[in-house]
Every structure is written in structure tokens, then in C-alpha cells.
Design a protein. Structure first.
Length: 202
């Protein structure tokens, strides 16, 4: 009688499907780091909603490069018509304030609330933003805006300060590798004027 080794059952552990996250993208440079950083944990879908960007030529450049980066990383990009009137209304009482003040906090709230709203409409449970890549942005204010928007729409804000762990440095390296345009101001007309004034003083 031939003896046979005992049969071994092959157990396959089911792979848990990834959640989708809607990533608010302020520009392609920051997104070039955050998209692949998140892709280990999420299926990333991008949103370009930045009614603060001025002038329109600059808006079109940033949107065009965001399309290229989205395609490069195999992600979908959601975007619509630029609506500067929304930004103008949100920051109107604070236009006299400098950068990194309530004028910027209101801009964070505007963009993250729209991102949360869009995520909810698309049936996406998670959202976040590339804004925190920049060392000029205040993360605790981004976090506050994200949490408020998440609560309003009943979804979750992915809380991560992307400038940490060399995030900003890596975004600079990746954007250079991809030949992206690095901006010298955040996007709005007020920051553009401030950047021009700084250059005059140098």
C-alpha cells in the first residue's frame, strides 16, 4: 500500500479592497508627492477646486499640469468651471489681512467644504488635501477646516500633515523630475501682490 502525505489545505486570505479617497489638489507640484504617497492605502481620485487662483492664465496652467500628473499616476481628475466669485465672497471681510491669517483660513474652509460635498455626492467616504505639503500653510487650520467639513457631510477627513517626513522636499524633487512649474505665490491675487512686493525689496 502506497502511503501518501496528508493533504494540506491552501488557505487564501481575502484581500480587503481599498477605500477610495477624494484628494483636493492645490497644484500639480504638491500632488506629485501626495498621490503616490496615498496610493499604498487608497484608490485616489483627484479634485481640482481652487477658485482663489488668479489670473485665469495661471489657473489654466495649474489645471493643465494637474491633468498631466493625474494621468501620470493613473488617477481620475474631477474639475469644473472656475468660480472666483466664491473666493471673493469668502475672503471679502479679510482682504486687508496678511497671508497666514483668517483670509487664508476662510480659503481653506471654502475648498475643503466643496471637496467634502463632492466626495459625498460621489459616494466616497474619505477626503483630504495637498495643502499641508507647503511649509507656508498652517496645518492645524487645515485640520480644523477638514474636520468641520467632514462632520457637515458625514464622511471622514484623512488627517495627515504631508510636509512631515520630508514631504515638501520630496514634492520639490518629484515636480522637478516631471518638469512641473513651481509657483512663487499660493495662487490668489493678494498673495501675488505680496510676492511682487517681496521681490521689489530684495
Amino acid at each position: 500500500m502506497i502511503s501518501r502525505p496528508p493533504l494540506r489545505l491552501s488557505l487564501q486570505i481575502p484581500v480587503k479592497p481599498m477605500n477610495t479617497i477624494l484628494l483636493h489638489t492645490c497644484c500639480a507640484c504638491c500632488a506629485s508627492y501626495v498621490i503616490p504617497h496615498l496610493q499604498d492605502r487608497y484608490i485616489v481620485k483627484n479634485l481640482f477646486f481652487n477658485p482663489n487662483i488668479h489670473p485665469m492664465e495661471e489657473y489654466n496652467i495649474r489645471l493643465s499640469e494637474m491633468k498631466l500628473v493625474s494621468e501620470h499616476f493613473g488617477t481620475v481628475l474631477e474639475y469644473g468651471k472656475c468660480r472666483p466669485e466664491l473666493w471673493n465672497k469668502a475672503v471679502a471681510p479679510y482682504r486687508h489681512l496678511p497671508e497666514r491669517s483668517r483670509r487664508c483660513w476662510e480659503c481653506y474652509h471654502l475648498r475643503l467644504e466643496e471637496t467634502a460635498k463632492k466626495a459625498s455626492e460621489l459616494g466616497i467616504e474619505f477626503f483630504t488635501t495637498t495643502l499641508s505639503v507647503s511649509p507656508h500653510k498652517i496645518y492645524r487650520k487645515i485640520l480644523e477646516a477638514g474636520r468641520i467639513a467632514a462632520e457637515k457631510y458625514g464622511i471622514q477627513f484623512h488627517e495627515e500633515d504631508f510636509k512631515k517626513k520630508n514631504g515638501f522636499k520630496l514634492s520639490v524633487e518629484k515636480s522637478r523630475e516631471l518638469g512641473l512649474t513651481r509657483q512663487h505665490y499660493c495662487g490668489c491675487i493678494l498673495s501675488l501682490r505680496e510676492a511682487e512686493e517681496r521681490r521689489k525689496r530684495e
